[in-house]
Every structure is written in C-alpha cells, then in structure tokens.
Design a binder for this molecule. Structure first.
Ligand SMILES: NC(=O)c1ccc[n+]([C@@H]2O[C@H](COP(=O)([O-])OP(=O)(O)OC[C@H]3O[C@@H](n4cnc5c(N)ncnc54)[C@H](O)[C@@H]3O)[C@@H](O)[C@H]2O)c1
Length: 379
C-alpha cells in the first residue's frame, strides 16, 4: 500500500513515516517546513535537536518520495497526488497551534485560510483524480469543547418534539484553530455525502512523548516544542522540571483533556490506514485517557522526585485562555477499539523517557526558558 503523508516533517508525520516504512508500506510525503518557520518566528526551536528533512531522508536511503510545497496551493496538491498515486492520504499539514491562532487578526486569518484551503484542496483533488483514495484527516478533540454531557464519536441521537435523528454532535471549539478544524470536519462530511468518498476524520487528543521504537532504531528524533505557542502542556511541564523551574499550571488546573502517547498516535493512524471506510464518513475519537492538568503536573513532579530526588514546585498562573476550569468531561473512543486499538504506552511509562530525553538537551531547554511562560492571551 502507498501512503502520502502531508506534513511529513512534523512531530507526528515523521514518526508515522518511519513506522510505515519499517512495516513495508511505500511512503510519499509533502511539507513546506511551515512549523519550523513559525516556531522560529515565535523565538523558539525544537528543544530536542532534529535533522533537516533532507538529512533525515538521506539516513533512510531516500526511501521517502518527498515533495516540498504548500498544501494550501491547489496546483501543488493535484500535482503530487497525480504523481505519487497513493492509496491513502494522511493530512497533518495544518497550522496546529491554538495559541498561534489567537495572537492577532493576522494569525487568526492565516490559520483559518491555510487550514480550510488545504483540506478543500485535498477533497477536490481526490474527487477529481481518484475517489478510491482514503482520506485520513487529523482533527482535534478540542472541536467538541467541554459540554456537560458525554462526548460520542461525531454523531448524537437526538429526540426533539417527538421526532429523532442521528445528528452531528455540536462543536464548541475554543480558538480560531479549533474553528478551522470544525470547518474541515463539516467539509469532509459534506464531501462524503455528495461524492461518496472514503473519509476517516480523527478527533485527536493531546499527544505527548519523544520516542517510538523506530525513532530509537534509526536514531532520528522528531521535533519537540516547549514554547508557550507551539509546546503542548506535558512538554512544557517536563521542560520546566528539567531546568528546575516550577510547573506553570493555567488557572485552577481542573481542566480535563484527552491525551495519548506519540507511540499510540502513530499506531492508531496505522490501524486507521489499514481499515478504510467504504464510501463512508467515519469519526474516530483518538485518545487513550483523560485527566485534569493538575494530575499531569503531579505526575511529572512525582516522577522527577523518584528519578532525581529533587522537589519541583507547581505554580497556578493566571489562565491566558478563556475556558471552563471546573467541568464534566467524558468522551468515548469505541471506534478505535473496534479496529483493534490497545494502549501501547501509558503516561507513567512515557514521562521518565521524556524526562531523560529532555535532560540530554538541557542547554537548549535552558536557552528557551523565557518562551515557555504564557504570553498569548485569549482576552
Ligand atoms: N500534536 C498534538 O498534540 C495534536 C493534537 C490534536 C491534533 N493534532 C493535529 O495533528 C496534525 C499534526 O500535528 P503535529 O503535532 O505533528 O504538528 P506539526 O506542526 O509538528 O506538523 C505539521 C507538519 O505540517 C507541515 N505543514 C503545515 N502547514 C503546511 C502546508 N500548508 N503545506 C505543507 N506543509 C505544511 C508543517 O511544516 C509540519 O511539518 C495537525 O493537523 C494537528 O492540528 C495534533
């Protein structure tokens, strides 16, 4: 099977490429190094040293058929699909930071334009060139927000005034980034309805981790962002612990979010690639567990203490985001279990590995200490 990974230079895209190559898939990929550039623009860089894409590919004997270009450019998307002839396309190539989308009108529009255009280009190119191609699109659990009821997978049975229907679950994204993902979701739903396409829409939780077995095998690390714009919460806590700074929990820290390890993210995507829907729009809630931010902070603190016998503080700082801090949260993830998903790596397995990897890059982390603190304010 041949898989085209859009966003192949990214945190998830590159380990996914390694996994698929290792398992004998043909892999093509595209990237315009947007994340490398934007992370530089906010004064940061990957805290774990990474190679350029051409060095990565050279170390893999140029096994990846690589196209450099922007997937928000329709001609580029049509050209690479025509040329690479994939069976599946995994679309990861979007502006993926909620805080970045909240910096200004310019970054909000950039996020909406880039993300919505890239998904539309893929939909139209697949419709026009080969409707058998399976589109695997990365959305976010954040599309649902934090409703006061259980979160099903994409759809909800609703009864109202004596009639009932299975309707899209209401989306309540809390940033322009999440709204771009919601628009993608509705575009994909519509495309399948009118053109009978094969779509897997993946509502992914927050991914954490520095390794997969292939990263260790090929000694090719993936990016690891720790700044307040591009770094996700566990990455930032671990970096703060490593340089002896208190962990900065936003607000009360009772906000619950869904999480999964990098290893599980890559494994789930591989399972989804192997189970294409037949002319169907299918939603996967892709996460392993959910917990409050305080639990993450306590886990990092306790693991650090048991590894290095050092006490790490926890500070509750003013929440830069506008979000509920005490709320109900209960999403389900049945669809992945139905196709064989079993957890590979838990939070407790992964945190010590991450701590050790980040400690090896302590000087870089120290040099980035000022960009970890929250500065982008939703208000
Ligand atoms: N990492 C997470 O915790 C997480 C959680 C939920 C959803 N997601 C989604 O998963 C996807 C991948 O996330 P990631 O963490 O690997 O992000 P990433 O930023 O590390 O990877 C995205 C890759 O796509 C490339 N890219 C972006 N826009 C592009 C464009 N217009 N043309 C070509 N290349 C482009 C970037 O350069 C980067 O290499 C994103 O869509 C993100 O929104 C990630």
């Amino acid at each position: 099977m041949k898989v085209l990974i859009l966003g192949i230079d990214g945190y998830i895209g590159f380990p996914l490429a390694l996994r698929l190559l290792d398992r004998g898939y043909e892999v093509a990929g595209a990237d315009n190094f947007y994340t490398r550039n934007r992370v530089r623009k906010v004064g940061s860089k990957s805290a774990i040293k990474i190679n350029s894409f051409s060095t990565r590919n050279k170390k893999l004997n140029n096994a990846i058929q690589f196209y450099r270009g922007d997937v928000s450019n329709s001609k580029f998307v049509y050209d690479i699909i025509r040329d690479s002839k994939p069976d599946a396309i995994v679309h990861l190539a979007e502006q993926r930071s909620a805080p970045y989308s909240m910096i200004s009108l310019k970054t909000a529009i950039e996020t909406l334009d880039k993300n919505i255009e890239s998904t539309m280009n893929i939909i139209y190119a697949v419709k026009d060139l080969n409707k058998d191609i399976h589109i695997v699109k990365l959305g976010s659990m954040g599309e649902y927000g934090t409703p006061n009821i259980d979160i099903p997978e994409g759809f909800l049975n609703v009864s109202y005034n004596g009639r009932s229907d299975n309707l899209p679950f209401p989306r309540m994204g809390q940033s322009w980034y999440h709204l771009s993902k919601i628009f993608d979701t509705y575009s994909l739903m519509l495309a399948e309805r009118i053109w009978n396409m094969n779509v897997s829409d993946v509502m992914q939780g927050v991914v954490y981790g520095t390794r997969t077995p292939e990263i260790s095998k090929y000694k090719l690390f993936t990016r690891f962002d720790i700044d307040q714009v591009y770094g996700t919460v566990l990455n930032r806590f671990i970096s703060q612990a490593v340089i002896g700074y208190p962990l900065t929990v936003y607000g009360k820290g009772n906000q619950k979010r869904a999480f999964l390890s990098l290893e599980d993210s890559v494994e789930c995507l591989n399972l989804i690639i192997d189970h294409p829907p037949e002319r169907e729009y299918r939603v996967y809630n892709q996460f392993d567990e959910y917990y409050p931010l305080n639990y993450l902070a306590e886990t990092v603190k306790n693991q650090y203490k048991s590894l290095y016998n050092r006490d790490i503080g926890i500070d509750h700082v003013q929440n830069p985001r506008v979000e509920m801090e005490d709320h109900y949260y209960n999403p389900v993830n049945e669809n992945l279990r139905k196709i064989g998903y079993k957890r590979q790596r838990s939070l407790d397995d992964e945190v010590p590995v991450m701590i050790r990897d980040v400690r090896r890059n302590m000087n870089t982390v120290y040099s980035l200490k000022n960009v970890i603190k929250p500065a982008t304010n939703w208000r």
